[in-house]
Design a protein around this ligand. Structure first.
Ligand SMILES: Nc1ncnc2c1ncn2[C@@H]1O[C@H](COP(=O)(O)OP(=O)(O)OP(=O)(O)O)[C@@H](O)[C@H]1O
Ligand SMILES: [Mg+2]
Length: 225
């Protein structure tokens, strides 16, 4: 796929003929310099925006011709998002924040039990009834991970999930994501500018000037076509 922002003289080719597939259960890092197109790529995979040309297939479904309504429900059911800033709603409790995507999905069976399990797994068992503006940044990010996983998404997309954290908290968050990925056999696609923080992962994709390369540059220059 390709993604062009803007029109005429202001055109920016943010993604340039990128093509690859990611297997179920893979933990994939997307790396590359600022402005290279990482977030654009994640937004396309996450169906938050549509490519200018090309297609995104998820679990065998060609998402190109889905209506916006279908896309929303598809996204809500299949995809989980974790962003650089936790984006919790401060008027709600930690538990209520985690439950939100579940309410949108309209599947409330054992929702609270699942939310509490997830919050326990991320180490927030004692924070669940606090308002979201009364917890620390690292705790908020852990709550955001629980929220990203509440609908049991097949794919979790994270854009700089540790970018806003000190290195010790970042390490905890990384280990947490890796252990959740294993436990739930979920696919994780994580944008980071700090690859070494993640240690061993299944795969690294480098984005450079809107093009995708397998592995790290410059030693491995195998272009994904
Ligand atoms: N909504 C937009 N409208 C116009 N141009 C955009 C838009 N979003 C991104 N761009 C441009 O597309 C290119 C890729 O941006 P993108 O946000 O994907 O980079 P990135 O790799 O995520 O960078 P960073 O590491 O700084 O977050 C950049 O040149 C950017 O200026
Ligand atoms: Mg970005």
């Amino acid at each position: 796929m390709s993604k062009i922002y803007g029109t005429d003289e202001n055109k920016i080719k943010a993604l340039d003929n990128v093509s690859f597939s990611i297997e179920k259960g893979e933990f994939v890092l997307i790396v590359g310099s600022s402005g290279s197109g990482k977030s654009t790529l994640l937004n396309m995979i996450g169906l938050l925006d549509r490519p200018t040309t090309g297609k995104v297939f998820i679990d065998g479904t060609d998402t190109t011709n889905l209506t916006d309504d279908k896309i929303s429900s598809f996204r809500n059911k299949k995809l989980g998002f974790i962003f650089q800033f936790s984006n919790l709603l401060t008027d709600l409790t930690v538990l209520e924040n985690v439950l939100l995507p579940r309410e949108i999905a309209g599947t409330n069976d054992s929702a609270e039990k699942n939310a509490i399990e997830l919050l326990t797994a991320v180490g927030l068992a004692d924070q669940i009834n606090k308002r979201a503006n009364k917890i620390s940044g690292g705790q908020a990010q852990r709550a955001a991970i629980a929220r990203g996983l509440i609908n049991n998404p097949s794919i979790v997309l994270a854009d700089e999930p540790t970018g806003n954290l000190d290195s010790v908290t970042a390490e905890i968050i990384v280990q947490l994501m890796k252990s959740m990925a294993k436990k739930l056999n979920q696919t994780f696609i994580v944008v980071t500018h700090d690859q070494h923080q993640f240690g061993d992962v299944d795969r690294v994709i480098t984005i450079k000037d809107g093009k995708a390369f397998e592995g790290n540059l410059p030693s491995e220059m195998e272009v994904l076509v």
